[in-house]
Structures are given as C-alpha cells and as structure tokens.
Design a protein around this ligand. Sequence first.
Ligand code: ADP
Length: 178
Amino acid sequence: MQIKVNNATLELVQGDITQQGTDAIVNAANPTLLGGGGVDGAIHRGAGPDLLAECRTLGGCETGDAKISNGYNLKAKHVIHTVGPVYRRDGKQAPELLASAYRRSLEVASENGLKSVAFPSISTGAYGYPLTEAAPIALKTVADFFKAHPDIELVRFVLFDGKTLAAYEEALKRLPSD
Ligand code: ADP
C-alpha cells in the first residue's frame, strides 16, 4: 500500500528492514547505541562488527533524537539510530517523543543528502507502545515532514509481521489529508 504526499512516496510493506536498499534504514535502538534485541540485533548482525565499533564513538542517543552511521555490510549505505519512548515509563510525553524519533531521523537523513529511508515500527516491540496508538503518530509525522522537506523522496515502513502491517494500513486509510 502506498500514497503520495506532495511528490514524495509513503509506502507500507511487510518484511525485514535489514534487506532494504534505501539510502538509510532506521534502527529502533536503545540510548547506549551498543546493540540490543529485536530490530536492533538484526541490524547489527546484518551490518557486521564495524557498526558496533562506530556506534561506540557516537556518544549514545537521547530518547527522541537520532544519530547516523555507515551501513557496512548492509545494502543501505547508512543506518540512522533513533530511540523511541518506553510507553509505560514516558507516560504523557510518549506521543511527542515518538513523533520526535521519526522527525529527527528524517532531519538527519535530509542533512546528509539522503533521499530514501526505511523505518521499522519504532517502540512497538520491547518498548511496549500499543500499535493502534503508535501507527497514526508515525504516519502523520512522516506526512507532515514531506510537506516541509521536498528533498526526501521515499519513506518505506518495513513492518515485520502481518499484525503490524494491518495496524499501519488501517492508520494510513484514516490519515488526515490536509
Ligand atoms: P522497540 O524497543 O523500539 O520497541 P523492537 O525491536 O523491540 O523495538 O521492536 C520494534 C518493531 O520492530 C517490532 O514491530 C518488531 O517486530 C520489529 N522488528 C524486529 N525485527 C525486525 C526486522 N528485522 N525488520 C523489521 N522490523 C523488525
């Protein structure tokens, strides 16, 4: 499923983000940037040990911020590491922190001249963000970014399982078109 926002494409696919050939893939990392489980573990396995070596030099990442590295053995030339909110811990601030994780990732992509970015579903795994709440925030933040930054041409959400894809498809159908 895909839509156009201005001239940019926002698409939803089911798959493995480590296999994407976009200019960057986004990692749902933890604040240490020193690796973890879920999508973070998969990205480090795909990139190889040079990724961890570079991540050690990045000085960690605050919740809602993003840092860029090379992609090493991945098809994508870059990994943008972002840290989403922990749903139960961050409470009322969780929606803004989740939006910030997507926005800062795209700002970093734009600052580095990148045109295509693949995202996983940030915070909806170990960090416990309910899918039905996270999906509309993710999609609206990306659509709003496109309106202000025509340099980004493609954002692909790569959703790992059918349930996650279905939640994003439902949210995309309901996305306000203004
Ligand atoms: P968080 O800590 O931000 O919740 P997780 O990695 O636990 O991050 O989960 C985020 C999402 O990434 C979940 O929907 C999970 O199923 C998904 N995921 C795990 N492995 C991959 C992968 N290889 N490609 C894409 N998504 C993945």
